[in-house]
Design a binder for this molecule. Sequence first.
Ligand SMILES: NC(=O)c1ccc[n+]([C@@H]2O[C@H](COP(=O)([O-])OP(=O)(O)OC[C@H]3O[C@@H](n4cnc5c(N)ncnc54)[C@H](OP(=O)(O)O)[C@@H]3O)[C@@H](O)[C@H]2O)c1
Length: 342
Amino acid sequence: MALKVAVNGYGTIGKRVADAVARQPDMTLVGVTKTRPSFEARSALDKGYRLFVTGEGKAQDFEQAGLTVSGGVEDLLREAEVVIDAAPGKIGGANRALYDRLGIPAVFQGGEKSSVADHSFSALANYAACLGSRRLRVVSCNTTGIARAASRLSSRYGVRRWEATLVRRAADPGESKKGPINGILPGLDFPSHHGPDVQTVLPGLPIHTTALTVSTNLMHVHVNQVQLERVPADVEELVRVFSGSPRFKVFEAGDHVEGTPGVVEWARDLGRPRYDIMENVLWRQGIHLAGDEVRFFQAIHQESVVVPENVDALRAMFRLETDPLRSMAITDRTLGLSPRGA
Ligand SMILES: NC(=O)c1ccc[n+]([C@@H]2O[C@H](COP(=O)([O-])OP(=O)(O)OC[C@H]3O[C@@H](n4cnc5c(N)ncnc54)[C@H](OP(=O)(O)O)[C@@H]3O)[C@@H](O)[C@H]2O)c1
């Protein structure tokens, strides 16, 4: 029997997660929610997803817009075995009382405090520790990107110290009210919240992060400087470690992928839905080794990198697959991610 999944919140993350769940052989999407009618609500119905009203939303507003709703969020939750909360940051935490009252396990997103769940989750970092959990929180896009890379380097070489500067996109492409549209905003906190957030999935990782926000909406870019305990033979070995892992794409010099515009163009040419790039993106020319220190750049597509993680979180919670690599293999194949070693 396929796991019955509800998605509460059908925005940037929720609509992608809903599509991903609908593609899994061991899961069924029971329905999705919106607070108000919109083109996204209409496209959910066009895809055959059942639509429910959540938050302060009113069924009559949907009906007036000619959109058929199947009930309220509680009706949806009663039909499901688990809910993925993809409500705006902080609202998921407030939704938890509803999930608790109905006794339904839940997956939350990175905009919530880590205390919302039993564990924070990132598939490469701590899948096994999350087996059987009733509440997981998939960490944010930036945290997911660093946790994946850190899990690869720490398990293979050990990490003495990790310094990362996160160059963050200002807004998602669909957002029109966020900025800056011309400027660079340093995050004045040191460390930024990302380092402690990575430690929720990799406790003890000696990481310090700083962050700044720039005028772009395509992707984030991380500048990483990592001191290792054991020294890799050469850069080629590091490339093999990254590209031999699920959820990494390493571009070669001959690909001529110059920065995030090139990465997005690559995804468009592949015909990826919404040009989603769910892998950590590295450049072979952007990986440097000097003594015990590795420096590398990676780009992270904020809108989609957490999507496969939500799917694996469900498999870990319900023990649909106890081997993380097998779960990731199913997820990545169904979502069309780059094969390992590509
Ligand atoms: N966007 C990113 O780059 C990104 C990356 C990683 C993680 N996250 C995290 O993912 C979560 C969702 O972010 P998002 O960017 O997808 O937000 P979003 O685009 O604003 O979408 C939020 C969705 O939640 C719905 N909603 C509003 N109130 C709700 C309620 N009370 N209960 C349930 N749903 C409600 C909204 O419906 P209406 O539109 O009908 O009001 C909308 O469909 C946040 O925790 C965020 O931090 C976001």
